[in-house]
Design a protein. Structure first.
Ligand SMILES: [Zn+2]
Length: 254
């Protein structure tokens, strides 16, 4: 009986996957132009990786729901493209990963008063509502200054990635290798201590708040300043390369 149920569910899943492939939102040439212009990661990829990136972005845009908030009139195509591209960038090393739990993307025009913390926020993730929340102004600023190690989009997607790995109700669990994760944890604890004691001048202070913030800040630097990261923190950089299954330096050079 179990086998039959499993089989039926496998068939449904297969059909669903096929449906999404066929009916996925297609990107046009002008969308790729937007990416080349405003999304440095995409521009720096080799042609075959750009092709894969495009395909995966189409699937992300098919699955996510975008909502304007706080007086934002509409979510533009450009917003969808660049936010979707940030998700693909962070999960690019995992072929099937799209952070499915976080279906809803809420966009505010600027910073907003968070109902969770009752403070002004530029972004947050809300696992209960499967939501990633972003201030468009802060997101765009993070993207525009591509080498300062501050990128709100990457920061929030990193939070979502870490949560997705441990949320039991989805099929995207435990993709972060446990052994690599514990290696990462050990190194990150030392780094956090350095930040807290004011002895580190690479990561920003926010990274010393807690383990979640450190992971998000580390990923901002991993993508925006990979060369410097590798020089300054070679062990941590290497374990992140293995953990995320991509090396932004190699992707850029090849
Ligand atoms: Zn954060």
């Amino acid at each position: 009986m179990w086998l039959t149920i499993q089989l039926v569910s496998d068939i449904f899943e297969g059909l669903d996957r096929a449906r999404k492939q066929v009916f996925r939102k297609r990107l046009e040439e002008q969308d790729l132009e937007t990416l080349r212009k405003f999304f440095p990661y995409f521009k720096s990829l080799r042609p075959q990786h750009q092709k894969e990136f495009k395909h995966r972005l189409e699937l992300v845009l098919t699955e996510k729901r975008f909502y304007p908030r706080g007086g934002l009139k509409e979510v533009t195509k450009e917003m969808k493209l660049l936010i979707g591209a940030t998700i693909v960038q962070v999960v690019f090393g995992f072929k099937e990963l799209r952070l499915r739990h976080f279906k809803n993307i809420l966009i505010y025009p600027d910073t907003y008063l968070s109902t969770i913390s009752n403070q002004q926020h530029a972004g947050e993730v809300n696992p209960k509502h499967g939501a990633i929340v972003l201030s468009w102004k802060s997101f765009a600023k993070g993207l525009a200054d591509e080498k300062d190690g501050i990128n709100l989009g990457i920061h929030e997607v990193a939070h979502a990635l870490k949560l997705e790995n441990w949320i039991r109700s989805n099929d995207e669990i435990n993709f972060l290798h446990p052994k690599l994760w514990s290696e990462y944890l050990e190194l990150s604890e030392m780094e956090m201590e350095q930040i807290q004691e004011g002895k580190d001048d690479f990561f920003r202070k926010r990274g010393g708040d807690d383990a979640h913030e450190f992971f998000a800040v580390a990923l901002e630097n991993f993508f925006e300043r990979p060369e410097e990261f590798q020089n300054r923190k070679p062990l941590l950089f290497l374990v992140l390369v293995k953990l995320l299954r991509q090396n932004p330096i190699v992707l850029k050079q090849s």
